[in-house]
Design a protein around this ligand. Structure first.
Ligand code: PMP
Length: 403
């Protein structure tokens, strides 16, 4: 008998299983609205033109080698990542109290921050509060490092918008020094973000209660098309003097999904504390990945540190953001033209990669079985999966299932 007889089978990851089902479906009109990956008007993955250029530069660079990076990663990448999210004129950076660690994309950055907190956060019993709903990996990562996870209300099914009251009440009621995981923009899965005034109210309670802020940003530049606008909430919190962790992903905004380019930016009170935290993260990272992979970080660094490439990147970002925004409008228009029952304003009001449609699990099932349209059971659709050729088909399918 095997020594592993007692091992049970784990359930497959929902998103990746959905993609596999989609791929196996031979139907010519099938639509994949599951995975959060950008697609062109032709429904194809997009290598950003600026990434192509960076690729070429790297291939032709005779001085590049394949030596190990430092444990905390490529310095030019870490610095540029922190600057990108906090702003070129960041006072916190100028004061030397911002640290950075290159991680295995956004997932790895959330993990590195969470595992640091599990070991070094002074309130040992503190829970991490995540939004209800959120990206499924948030719970998995925090529970995985031994931090208990609780939820704060976020989505209000009535208004199909933000449940600010519920969110603030939970923040008020949580024990002082709790950890709050916040999405700074393009909330996954709802596409609903707080307004600047609502961020102020959130910051007021976070400050009064002494909660710790953990931002997870996977969509900077992708939500509005503006890198600065999408960093608003984070810069506002920094300006108000919060210490925080910021997990950054370059999967979506660079289209570097498989290269695993990410960064954990750390904002503290003093350069000394920043140094100590970085040293602990380095120590922990050594035992998990030893040192991060170079390629994706080199691409990002090449673009972020070159004025001309940087502005080309901004154009590429606008292309992606605008196509998604136009698909929101197209879907809304189609549903309106069909007279589909219900209100659909949320489709155009929501922001970023996803729309939380309000479709129910049984409706999602019909969409899949009858129409070969693939989306997660919670009714979330990846807007990037829509294009001018399939948006009408999708709208007609939605119209049918809600009637
Ligand atoms: N956080 C959120 C909220 C996300 O949606 C994602 C991507 N789905 C990530 C983090 C990180 O993804 P990756 O590890 O590919 O950078």
């Amino acid at each position: 008998a095997s020594i592993f007889e007692t091992v049970s089978k784990a359930p497959a990851d929902i998103i990746f299983a959905l993609t596999a089902d989609y791929k196996a479906d031979p139907h010519p009109d099938k639509v994949n609205l599951g995975v959060g990956a950008y697609r062109t008007e032709e429904g194809k993955p997009w290598v950003l033109p600026v990434v192509h250029k960076a690729d070429k530069i790297l291939v032709e660079d005779e001085h590049l080698d394949h030596e190990y990076l430092p444990i905390l990663g490529l310095e030019s990448f870490r610095k540029a990542s922190a600057k990108l999210i906090l702003g070129a004129d960041s006072k916190a950076i100028a004061e030397g109290r911002v640290g950075a660690a290159q991680c295995i994309s956004g997932t790895g950055a959330v993990y590195a921050g969470a595992s640091f907190l599990a070991k070094h956060y002074p309130f040992k019993q503190a829970a991490c509060y995540i939004s209800k709903p959120t990206w499924a990996n948030h719970r998995a990562i925090f529970e995985g490092v031994g931090i208990s996870v609780l939820e704060y209300p976020y989505w209000d099914p009535e208004t199909r918008g933000l449940d600010l009251k519920g969110m603030l009440a939970t923040m008020e009621g949580a024990p002082s020094g709790s950890i709050f995981l916040l999405h700074p923009c393009a909330h996954n899965p709802t596409g609903v973000d707080p307004t600047p005034d609502q961020w102020k109210q959130i910051a007021d309670v976070m400050e009064a209660k002494g909660h710790f802020t953990f931002f997870d940003t996977a969509y900077q530049g992708f939500a509005s098309g503006s890198l600065d606008k999408d960093a608003y909430s984070i810069r506002y919190f920094v300006e108000r003097g919060f210490e925080m962790f910021i997990a950054q992903s370059f999967s979506k905004n660079f289209g570097l999904y498989s290269e695993r380019a990410g960064n954990l930016t750390i904002v503290t009170k003093t350069p000394e504390i920043k140094d100590r935290i970085e040293s602990q993260i380095a120590k922990a990272q050594r035992a998990v990945i030893s040192n991060p992979p170079a390629y994706g970080a080199r691409v990002v660094s090449q673009v972020l540190n070159d004025e001309k490439l940087y502005s080309e990147w901004e154009e590429n970002l606008s292309t992606m953001a605008n196509r998604i925004i136009s698909m929101r409008q197209a879907l809304f228009d189609e549903l309106k033209a069909l007279g589909t029952p219900g209100t659909w304003n949320h489709i155009v009001d929501q922001i970023g990669m996803f729309s939380f449609t309000g479709l129910t699990t049984p409706q999602v099932k019909v969409l899949k079985e009858k129409y070969h349209v693939y989306l997660t059971d919670n009714g979330r659709i990846s807007m990037a999966g829509l294009n001018t050729k399939n948006v009408k088909y999708f709208a007609q399918a939605v119209d049918d299932v809600v009637r």
